[in-house]
Structures are given as C-alpha cells and as structure tokens.
Design a binder for this molecule. Structure first.
Ligand code: BGC
Length: 759
C-alpha cells in the first residue's frame, strides 16, 4: 500500500488564522474519563479497536446497503461498536446484551438514528422550525425528541443539519435552518442544547451530530451529492460558523459530508476535519462518515480501492465509517502494512470511547424500558406552538382572518387538506400519521362550532395530470364564501435527500387547479406545503392570501385552523428567499453590491438608457426575491421607529479587544387592534473595508409579543463577534469601516443609522 500524503490544501496556513479556540465541553477533557480510556485501550486488540470505528444500519436504508447482517457475531467478537436504525428498548437491549455480556471487553454499543424534527412527537420540519425564529422553542422541541428517543433505546441522533442552503433546488434545504449563518448558528446551538441537555449522561439526553461537514448545502446547481466550490473566505464566513456554533455548544459528534469540497471529498478532507475541527476548534468528540461516503471516495476518484479510501478517510480524521465496510475490511491490514500508524487508530478509538463514557454507557448500557406511550399533553402543546409559530403569511389582501360566522361556507380544497402523512414531512423518525390532526378535521370542527360549514374536495393529486377532481373542486368553490386551497410538494418524494428539482413550480397539475378554482370568483387563501421556496408569481398576482405552511407536524390542523380563523395571528418569518424565477438561484439576501448595483431600478426592458442597461441585473426579472429573507405578515400593523445607535463613532481597536460595544435600538409599535408577535431583526453593512461585505448581514434578532397598541424598545449589542469578518489577510477582525445598521422587520426594510468605526 502506497503511503498517502494528506494535504492541508484547502485552507490558509494555520499561523494566519486568528479565530478564538472553542471551549471544549467538560466531558472533552475529563482526566478521570481519559484515564479509564487509557486503561481500556491498553487491553484492546487492533481488531477490537477497529470495531469501535464502524457503524452499520440495522433497519431501513437511506443509501446502498453493504449486504451484511452478521451484526450479532461481530458484536460478540468485539468487532462492531455501533448500530443505527435500530429502535425500541427491547431491540436495542438485546444487542447491547451481546456487547456487554459476550464481548471480551464488554464495551457498550452506541445506537444512532436520524431524529430530524421529533422522534414520535413530530414538530414542523427543520426549515419550518427555523421560520419560528425561536431558538428557545427549538431547544425544547429537541429535548422532547431526546427524551422520547432515549426511552426507546436510541443514544445518538444525526441532527442537527446545519448546512447553509441558498439554493431552493436542493431538496435538503428542508432539513436545515435556511440561508443565513447567524440564524443557522443560533438554531444549531439550540438543537445541541436541547438534545444533549445539561449533561450527556442525563437519562433523557442523547448525543447530537452536526452535519454535513462541510459545504454540502452548496452543491453546484442544487443537485444533491454534487461538488461544492467554496472559496476560503466564504467557507470561513458563511459555511463553517454554524458548525462552530454546534462545537461551542458542546456537540458530541460531527458527520463528514458526501460532496467534494474544492475538489477534496469532505470525507477525506484533512483541511476541514483535522485542521479546522480538531486543531483550531479543539473538538474532542468523534466524526462519523455519511452513509458510505468513505466507499464513495472510489467513485469520486480519489481512491482506486476500498483500502485506499479507508486510508484517506482515517488519515483525514474520519473516526467512524458508516455503512461502507471500508474500515471493517481494511483498517487492520493498513496498520499491519504500516500504511496507517496505529496511533491514528488509537486517536479515533479514544474519541469514540470518550463519547460513550460521557454518555454514561459503560455504567448504564441498557434502556430501562418503558414502552412507547402516548404523546404527553405538554409535548402536544409544544408541537402546537411550534406549528403555529412556523406559519408564514406571505400575502393578505384582507381576506384573513376568515370570518367563519353562522351561515358561511368555506370550501376546503386540495390534496394537502386531509393528508395526515404529508404533515410529517420527508423524514420523521418514528412519527405516525394517526397522531396528526389534519386541516380538514380541525377546520371543520372549528367552523361548525361557530355554525358555519366546510365543504371539502380533494381537487387533484400531488402529482400526475388527471383533472377528474377539478369539477367538484370548482363547484365547491362556487358554493362557498371563501376557499382555502391546500397545495404543495409530495414530501417523501419531492423533498429531502436525493430530491433536487430543476423546476420550482407547483407539481403535477396543481397550478391548473389553482387557476380553475380562482376563476370561480371567490376569495382564495392558498396554503403551500413545501420543503423549499417555490416560485409563486401567479398566486402572488391573483390570489387573495398566501401562507407558507411547510410541513407542520402532528398539530398541523389546529395550528392552521386557529391562524386562518384569527384565533391566533401568524408570526413565522422566512429563513430562505423565495425566488421569482429558478434562474435567480442560488438566491440569498446577503449578496454583494457589485460595482453596478441595480437596486431600485425598475424592470423595464429595453432599458431607457445605457446607465440602466449596464447594471448587474436580469433583463427579464428583478434581482430581488418575491418574498425576502426575514419576511412575514401578521394581522396587525407593526411600525418601527428610525434605528438609534449609542455612538456615531467607535474604535476598531476597542471593539477588537472587547472594551467597546455599540447599542442599536428601535421602538417597535403595534398600531393595530390585535396582539402580534414580531420578529425584530438587526442587520449591518460595512464599507471601506479591505474586502467587499454583503449588502446586509443579520447580526441579531428577537421575537417579542406586542399587545394591541403596545410599544417596546428593542436593543441589540454589536461587539467584536458581530462586526468582525475574515479580512484580506484572512484575519478574523473588526476593521475600520463605515457601518450602516438597521433594526427592521425583514432584510429589505428599516431605516438605517450610521456609525464610523475608526482606528
Ligand atoms: C444522509 C445523512 C443521514 C445518513 C444516515 C445519509 O444518506 O445524508 O444525513 O444521517 O444517511 O441515515
């Protein structure tokens, strides 16, 4: 076997990087745990060590399988330290018994599972959860998932996905918190705190896994598994920060991604895994590969055999091989031949054992089995709150809230109106459709309680072109006072992994149904159930109201019903930009200005003069999003005072050493007669800097409740963390600059204030 050279080819030399080291969690540096590991490792054979570096799926696959099923034999021989996709106290305990009682060293297994937005209690999909802009709620939702999972024998979730996603074509945009590094970082930390609790060894804690490290969301063309090319500054500035936030929150594990990042596959990438994660961030947990991502190094072309793939991955710092067989079949021989030093294996094993120890698995390997009961009432309530806060009202000409008075008829139309399974999204761990209350059930009950009437017609299917249901739908619309039309993407098929789309329209003939129903002449409220931004131009022009519902989870119906009927007010805000055309993708608010910015220029073409022509613009669509990042309406009118700053000048030096901070504030006023939650957002822009900075960057947000007529002053602090960026020398510092700040309801509004950052 050839010795492979691992290059730190992708990132600037270590010496220049000035990021602060992370603070490892207590379990990362516990002398007692380390000495227990030393003692154990002295007794381990090479074979047993390799066993700790492997995990196999014992259940439904999410990729090509290995064909192996001899797990029991492997565990008994100490050749397998982890399984995933195995759920249930009895099922996991049976396997654990083999590890603990039959294997020579009694090392417990760690059981993993993809718990993405709930275990049994299903919350909105992660993109929907992010639209709550409520990290505290997300933390509580993750804690519910952890409690339920741990009681079912699961120790470890492959969540949160903290990939920045700026391309709506990418199906996995549904699994993350959107396009912005500040928001995704806040959510990343919230998930980790929720899953892991105050201590990994708590009976209701599970280990989290920050994935997919790194750059997976920047797949070229939005095509899943495709390469990503991310220049160093962008990587540091945008794609790495959410992972760093997860590390700082003490996340126990990372997952290395599938894609080749700057031509080096993420699962063989020493510059990100060893240099950034282990050396710069001092990460003490372990890195698991994605499903067969080590095996796929061969197809990617950086390995010509599974052995070479294993060698590349382990040398890059991937501690555990998920489902590729490459480590199981090759690592021991690689060590024997001298191609991989045993100390490399030892380091990986130590990391795995560290997490198992921190989780208390050596002391409490078994799940003291309570069978999965009903969902606890307080968890139902949290699922309701999450669903309600995730709904984003995009347009309302006044038809909402619906007046469901006596004698009024609402036509409820569309394939999403009564489909319980769809409400669980594309990846719902142990969610069951019978837990879901659909919109049809909830709305009918509510409207009938007020002596109104709901008529239902499915209209069409999520896919296909049969219009056999159109006539009933149109007839129902004609008989009604208003139409609620529930359309969207077939969650398991069209969203999530391996579900990239080149078109972002309503699938099948749903657009035709929408137009047919609209032609009936009643006001139409369009509900979109989707895992990504769709192109909604026609609806934006012709339909009375539009609400993005994502996939809201088990409480879909009650949340939607209450918001439609005005029992509560919509309060979600977009975390991804909704495009006007697919050709705008990747579309995100924090773009650079260019030398020829076209903001504020109207779309007329041909342009009136050469000044209008030679701009950074499309000739056939405005540059802007149809619905921008941060946007969402409510039933009240909220106004903002001009942005105020505590000082109009401040020194960069003082900011860098932490002795100065700015306070930025605005008075937010509820002018209406209804209570409303408002998501107050802080944006900045800097000029005069050594590198170009985005036109706006989110640097703070707060969700507040405003009673009718109430005002609240909302204050944000801006210090080093918010104002620094990776400058021309790749130093992460605050530079002298002209700073513009906005306290605003979304990424396009607000009145700016200016601050000079001097030397
Ligand atoms: C996905 C991961 C997931 C893993 C295990 C892969 O296909 O990319 O996100 O955690 O499967 O199910």
């Amino acid at each position: 076997m050839r010795t492979l050279r691992i290059f730190f080819c992708c990132l600037v030399p270590l010496g220049v990087v000035t990021a602060q080291p992370a603070i490892p969690p207590a379990w990362g540096n516990d002398p007692e745990i380390e000495s227990k590991i030393d003692t154990l490792m002295r007794r381990m054979t090479l074979d047993e060590k390799v066993g700790q570096l492997i995990t196999y799926s014992a259940g439904a696959p999410t990729g090509p399988g290995t064909g192996r099923s001899d797990y029991k034999e492997m565990i008994a021989k100490g050749q397998l330290g982890s399984l995933f996709n195995l759920v249930g106290a009895d099922e996991t305990n049976a396997m654990q018994k083999i590890a603990v009682e039959k294997s020579r060293l009694h090392i417990p297994l760690i059981f993993g599972l993809d718990i993405i937005h709930g275990f049994r209690t299903e919350f909105p999909v992660p993109l929907g959860l992010s639209a709550t802009w409520n990290p505290e709620l997300v933390e509580r939702a993750a804690a519910v998932a952890a409690k339920e999972a741990r009681r079912a024998g699961v120790h470890w979730t492959y969540s949160p996905m903290v990939d920045i996603a700026r391309d709506a074509r990418w199906g996995r945009i549904i699994e993350g918190a959107g396009e912005d590094p500040y928001l995704v970082s806040a959510m990343a930390a919230a998930y980790v705190r929720g899953y892991q609790g105050t201590k990994l060894s708590n009976p209701d804690s599970i280990a989290a896994c920050a994935k997919h490290f790194v750059g997976y969301g920047a797949a070229e063309g939005g095509r899943d598994y495709n390469v990503s090319e991310i220049p160093q500054r962008l990587l540091r500035q945008v794609y790495l920060p959410p992972f760093r936030a997860a590390a700082d929150a003490g996340v126990a594990t990372f997952m290395s991604a599938f894609e080749a990042l700057n031509e080096v596959p993420a699962s063989a990438n020493a510059s990100t895994i060893t240099q950034v994660l282990r050396q710069e961030w001092d990460f003490k947990g372990f890195v698991v590969s994605d499903w067969n991502s080590i095996g796929e190094l061969v197809a990617q072309g950086v390995a010509t055999s599974a052995a070479m793939a294993a060698q590349r991955a382990i040398l890059a710092g991937v501690d555990m091989d998920m489902e590729s067989n490459s480590y199981a079949l090759n690592l021991a021989a690689l060590v024997t031949s001298g191609a991989v030093s045993e100390s490399v294996i030892d380091e990986a094993v130590r990391r795995v054992l560290r997490v198992k120890n921190a989780m208390g698995l050596f002391d409490h390997p078994y799940t003291e089995g309570k069978a999965q009961g009903d969902i606890a009432p307080e968890d139902q309530e949290l699922a309701y709150k999450a669903a309600e806060e995730s709904l984003v009202l995009l347009k309302n000409d006044g038809v909402l809230p619906l007046k469901a008075a006596e004698g009024k008829t609402i036509a409820l139309i569309g394939p999403m109106a009564d489909d319980a399974g769809q409400m669980l999204g594309s990846w719902s761990a142990r969610g069951v459709a019978s837990d879901v209350i659909t919109l049809r059930t909830a709305l009918t009950k509510q409207v009938e309680a007020g002596h109104g009437h709901v008529v239902y017609a499915k209209g069409t299917n999520l896919a296909g072109n049969s219009d056999s249901g159109f006539a009933d739908a149109v007839a129902a619309a004609k008989k009604s006072d208003a139409v609620v039309l529930a359309l969207g993407e077939d969650a398991p098929v069209m969203t999530g992994e391996a579900a990239s789309r080149a078109h972002l329209d309503l699938p099948g003939n749903q657009q035709q149904l929408l137009e047919a129903v609209a032609a009936a002449g009643q006001p139409v409220i369009l509900l979109i159930f989707s895992g990504r931004p769709l192109v909604l131009n026609w609806a934006a022009q012709h339909i009375s109201a539009i609400m993005e519902a994502w996939y809201p989870g088990i409480q879909a119906g009650p949340a939607l019903g209450n918001v439609l009927l005005g029992v509560s007010a919509p309060s979600g805000r977009l975390t991804t930009s909704f495009p006007r055309a697919v050709g705008q993708e990747p579309l995100y608010y924090s773009q650079f200005n260019t030398g020829r910015p076209a903001r504020g220029v109207d779309l007329s073409y041909p342009p009136k003069n050469s000044i209008e022509k030679y701009l950074s613009r499309y000739i056939d669509v405005p540059n802007s999003a149809l619905y921008p990042f941060g946007f969402g309406l409510t039933y009240s009118t909220i106004t903002y005072s001009p942005t105020a700053v505590s000082a109009t000048s401040v020194s960069a030096h003082a900011l860098n050493v932490g002795t100065a901070k700015l306070t930025v504030s605005a008075e937010v006023h509820n002018m209406g007669s209804r209570a409303a939650d408002e998501v107050v957002q802080l944006y900045i822009h800097q000029t005069g800097t050594s590198v170009v900075r985005p036109v706006r960057e989110l640097k703070g947000f707060r969700r507040i409740e405003l009673a009718p007529g109430a005002s609240q002053k909302v204050e944000f602090r801006l210090g080093r963390d918010e104002l620094k960026f990776w400058n021309i020398d790749m130093k992460d510092v605050v530079e002298p600059a002209e700073l513009t700040v906005w306290v605003a309801p979304d990424s396009t509004q607000g009145e700016p204030a200016q601050v000079t950052i001097g030397q």
